[in-house]
Design a protein. Sequence first.
Length: 282
Amino acid sequence: SSVARYRPTREWHLTDFDIGRPLGKGKFGRVYMVRTKCEPHYILALKCLYKSEIVQSRVEKQIRREIEIQQNLRHPNVLRLYGYFHDEKRIFLMLEFAGKGELYKQLTKHGCFSERRSARYVDQMADALMYLHAKHVIHRDIKPENLLLGINGELKIGDFGWSVHAPGNRRKTLCGTLDYLPPEMVEGKEHSEKVDYWALGVLTYEFICGAPPFEDLSGYNATYKRIARVDLKIPSKVSPEANDLIIKLLQYDPEKRLPLSEVRKHPWVVGHRSKSGSTAIR
Ligand SMILES: CC(C)NC(=O)[C@H]1CCC[C@H]1Nc1nc(Nc2ccc(C(=O)N(C)C3CCN(C)CC3)cc2)ncc1C(F)(F)F
């Protein structure tokens, strides 16, 4: 029998969903918790983007790339994009619902995370980034604001607005925070997937210390200088193991940064891995 070579994603419309509570505001519109009207009732997050705003900010290409990239990704620490549809005014993204919300809100609420919690997030991030890099996708915008938490507290990369297919050297209009950018990007040089290694180091520092390492509240140029000089001061409260990992990721020379496979084997990460699994007598 002629097996369908591929199953086209069916056409979706707003009328297919019961709209639930608003989850918050995204970059170009609101996000709602929704449920499919027909069985089986899927719970999703519906991200509404206004075409007018997308055109005004001239980010159509970026949105198209974000959709194209995220739709083809399948990983437990990467938020699923199931499909999309549009009406005359808006584009609707059908995204996985992350049960425990936005990671940065937890970080703000707690100030900083324990080293155990931080190590588990770093392990999941390294796993997700290895998956992306194997598909030649560089994320380029790893930061707490882009991370969500699943119902079991697992980390999910939720935004692919700045990801590109490697190697990237598209001029990133330096909007928003510099804090996570590596020297080669703030210097506008060619960059590789190793920009995500640097960002993972910044993220590790921020989880444990509550602020990014090169933050300089006196402004953009001060932060720029601190990044370019890798002006890194690690507080004494940080354990020697965490300190070691942060230094190995925040290397000026991209080739010297610790590979992600080594991050997952690092004593700090392995030491804090959950002891789940069999209770067999050892
Ligand atoms: C990565 C990207 C940059 N970020 C975003 O897109 C943001 C923009 C707005 C929301 C979020 N987008 C998503 N959020 C969820 N889940 C979610 C969010 C918030 C809460 C929450 O804490 N409340 C409702 C609380 C409940 C308690 N009250 C007091 C405050 C609000 C609970 C669950 N799942 C999928 C998405 C996604 F990504 F698919 F759209």
